[in-house]
Design a protein around this ligand. Structure first.
Ligand code: COA
Ligand code: MG
Length: 303
């Protein structure tokens, strides 16, 4: 499980070097919105150099290309994959608005992998951050077997929906105006689509990198909604994300207790039992296994 993914602009070489040695589970070098238009083509060279020369350890290595409707998307994929196709794990597609967007990159990758003789398929990560991304979510999530992850992009989503918001992923006075959680429909939809098609799901970044408490609240909300992890834009955010997206000792102890009590009941021929006045059954065991799966010791989460 990728709990944290650190973004870094492709234009900033010294910062890319720091991202490579950070404790993030994944690093995504960005060619899209953190790179000015007149630097986009030239900054592909930094992506190539980074994945050729720097040691990213066991981190997942991603590059975020420009949107499919821009003039840069095809060049981003061709130049990067031709040069260092064996050294990247995933391509992140921003503003995915239809299954066609995913299919376009899938076809381009198949051609490039064949011509370059790559023996492993490069995976895809789709950012759901437009009104169309939400509307076509299930088609997008099932568009390609290469797609491993869908993520929520709060800033672009707000802009696309014309929902007022001051900063990316940071609640403000507008959130107090609505009795529910303003992003519930899209965030819940992303998690449901991910679970339906066996993908991972991540929440997008919290832009106020000095607000540790705000980040922690935001992480807790996304974890409560079922997200596997959260993207970030500053290394100081990584420990908070890892803490929230790893099951606590109390969570694990409770999960083991549920499983033990259920096993005892089952050995006595019963399908339900009580712990401290609360009923448990087979569904409780599945819930407990979800917690164990988020433990570095027993689950698929990384340390
Ligand atoms: N990855 C790795 N290291 C980073 C980093 C990142 N994304 N962001 C900051 N750092 C480093 C800085 O280089 C600095 O290192 P130093 O102390 O050795 O000089 C240290 O962390 C502290 O940085 P700080 O001074 O607090 O921040 P800043 O003003 O240098 O940068 C941002 C702030 C927001 C401009 C920067 O974090 C950033 O560009 N983040 C990524 C943006 C991005 O990729 N956006 C696209 C996706 S939404
Ligand atoms: Mg975006």
């Amino acid at each position: 499980v990728t709990r944290s993914m650190l973004f870094v602009p492709a234009t900033r070489w010294a910062v890319i070097e720091k991202a490579a040695t950070s404790p993030a589970d994944a690093v995504c070098i960005d060619l899209e919105d953190s790179v000015p238009p007149d630097e986009k083509a030239a900054s592909r060279a930094n992506v190539i150099r980074a994945f050729r020369e720097l040691d990213f350890g066991s981190k997942k290595r991603l590059v975020r290309i420009n949107g499919i409707e821009t003039q840069w998307a095809h060049g981003d994929v061709i130049e990067v994959v031709e040069a260092i196709g064996t050294s990247i794990d995933e391509i992140m597609i921003p503003k995915v608005a239809s299954a066609h967007h995913v299919a376009f990159i899938e076809t381009l990758l198949r051609q490039l992998e064949s011509r370059c003789g790559l023996d492993r398929a490069i995976a895809l990560h789709g950012q759901i951050e437009t009104a169309a991304g939400f509307v076509w979510l299930r088609e997008i999530a099932s568009a390609s077997r290469r797609l491993t992850t869908v993520s929520f992009g709060a800033g672009d989503y707000a802009a696309s929906m014309r929902m007022p918001a001051a900063a990316i992923g940071v609640p403000d006075a507008n959130d107090a105006e609505y009795a529910g959680h303003r992003w519930h429909a899209v965030m819940h939809g992303i998690v449901a689509a991910a679970r339906t098609f066996g993908l991972a799901c991540m929440d997008g970044p919290f832009a106020s990198f000095q607000d540790v408490e705000g980040l922690e609240r935001s992480c807790r909300t996304s974890r409560a909604l079922g997200f596997d992890g959260k993207q970030c834009i500053h290394p100081a955010q990584i420990p908070v994300i890892h803490r929230v997206f790893t099951a606590t000792a109390a969570d694990l102890a409770h999960a083991r207790r549920v499983i033990d009590a259920f096993d005892r009941a089952a050995s006595e021929g019963r399908g339900s039992a009580a712990i401290d006045g609360t009923m448990i059954d087979e569904a409780s065991v599945r819930m407990a296994r979800t917690a164990l799966d988020q433990s570095p010791a027993t689950g698929s989460a990384q340390q």
